[in-house]
Design a protein around this ligand. Structure first.
Ligand SMILES: Nc1ncnc2c1ncn2[C@@H]1O[C@H](COP(=O)(O)OP(=O)(O)OP(=O)(O)O)[C@@H](O)[C@H]1O
Ligand SMILES: [Mg+2]
Length: 372
């Protein structure tokens, strides 16, 4: 998929996943009205995939991709979706250049000197309904009709719906439109945290589960490692990165491509090839330590203690944890205080729920806590 010209920089290294995108589009086609919900940890490349792979592939299939980031409009997610649809509608109606706009509307009269250009009437349309749910319905219909093919709605950070005050109503409205307009509309959701997903399910109840197909979004694989190794070798002829070591390092940092690139970039600057040493250097570098310290200082000493216990693999609600927390000056630890601390740390994304229990979202932060 990539050509053989050497990449100019580590930052330019990108893995395209067109086959994955095609697979998702085929799934959507096979089950009209049923959205896909792609879930994966933070920073593994969900948004990048929507932007670089899924949207172009949808366009190839004559669909109209529309992207909305619900995180940016946490309090009004439906409005955020509608806004994205309205923008898409504008884009369809008003071609990029002003000349295009003029050409679309029959010109009724042009002044002799060209000074007074009187445009024809804008096409008349009934106003869109005020209610956000109804407007969503009307917008989708108009957009699909004007585009002449189905719309692919890509909703990023969909777990935000679980935080909205009327989450149940929102999911209900979305679900109704997706079902009713299944010929004109399909949807892909992405979400970051298992915790958020769980909250969304609790808020919206079982229907959301039955209605969206939940998919574990795959992390990048060997393609990415190979590109890193190839570029390293082109910069340092004669030096090689070991693929197994790269894989292991990538696992260790939680499969975050941008982070991996940074680590290898730093290794390249120092001319070292041993990945574990590269990771070590990265973790003990000044800027990285400053970031973690700032993150820890953003929560209370008690919360830091809870984090340390979890990083040590201690069951957070155990006697051992209670005892350890007693060492914090001024703290009177109780199980319920630990519980609410965990809730808080989950909410701000430092902790996350996994199949095996509550863990620290960033594995490198966990290691930093262990070393402290
Ligand atoms: N396929 C890819 N090839 C190369 N780099 C990638 C790829 N996907 C992601 N990245 C890099 O990883 C970074 C994080 O990706 P992205 O923002 O898509 O993650 P995310 O899963 O949406 O994260 P978040 O949960 O924080 O929204 C990107 O800025 C990009 O630099
Ligand atoms: Mg994202």
């Amino acid at each position: 998929m990539h050509d053989n010209r050497p990449m100019k920089t580590f930052d330019a290294i990108e893995v395209r996943r067109l086959a994955l995108a095609k697979g998702y589009l085929a799934l959507l086609t096979a089950q009209p009205g049923r959205p896909l919900a792609l879930f994966a940890p933070r920073r593994v490349g969900k948004t990048f995939f929507l932007d670089h792979d899924l949207a172009p592939q949808a366009k190839n299939a004559e669909m109209l991709p529309v992207y909305a980031d619900l995180w940016l409009h946490k309090s009004a997610p439906l409005e955020a979706i509608n806004h994205a649809l309205e923008e898409a509608l504008d884009d369809l109606r008003v071609p990029a250049s002003a000349a295009g706009k003029l050409a679309k509307t029959p010109v009724k009269k042009i002044g002799l000197l060209g000074a007074s250009v009187d445009l024809g009437d804008e096409p008349q349309r009934r106003d869109l309904p005020h209610d956000a749910g109804l407007r969503l319905d009307a917008l989708v219909t108009r957009l699909a009709r004007e585009h002449g093919a189905p719309v692919l709605l890509m909703l990023d950070e969909v777990q935000t719906l679980g935080d909205a005050s009327d989450g149940i109503g929102l999911v209900g409205a979305l679900r109704a439109v997706l079902h009713k307009r299944r010929k004109e509309l399909s949807a892909v959701f992405t979400g970051s945290s298992q915790e958020g997903l769980a909250r969304l399910m609790n808020t919206a109840g079982a229907p959301m589960y039955q209605f969206a197909q939940i998919i574990d979004f795959p992390v990048l694989g060997d393609d990415f490692m190979r590109l890193l190794a190839e570029h390293f070798q082109s910069v340092h002829p004669g030096k090689q990165l070991d693929l197994d070591e790269l894989r292991e390092g990538f696992r260790k940092i939680g499969y975050k491509p941008a982070l991996m690139r940074d680590v290898v970039k730093a290794m390249s600057a120092e001319g070292i090839t041993e990945i574990s040493r590269g990771l070590d250097n990265y973790m003990t570098s000044g800027p990285q330590l400053a970031i973690w310290n700032a993150l820890l200082n953003s929560v209370e000493a008690f919360d830091q203690g809870v984090l340390t216990a979890i990083a040590n693999g201690q069951p957070p609600l155990s006697q051992a944890t209670l005892k350890a927390l007693q060492a914090i000056p001024g703290a009177t630890p109780t199980i319920s205080k630990i519980r609410s601390s965990i809730e808080k740390l989950k909410r701000n994304g430092i902790l996350t729920r996994t199949a095996t229990g509550t863990t620290i979202e960033d594995p490198l932060l966990a290691e930093f806590l262990l070393r402290r």
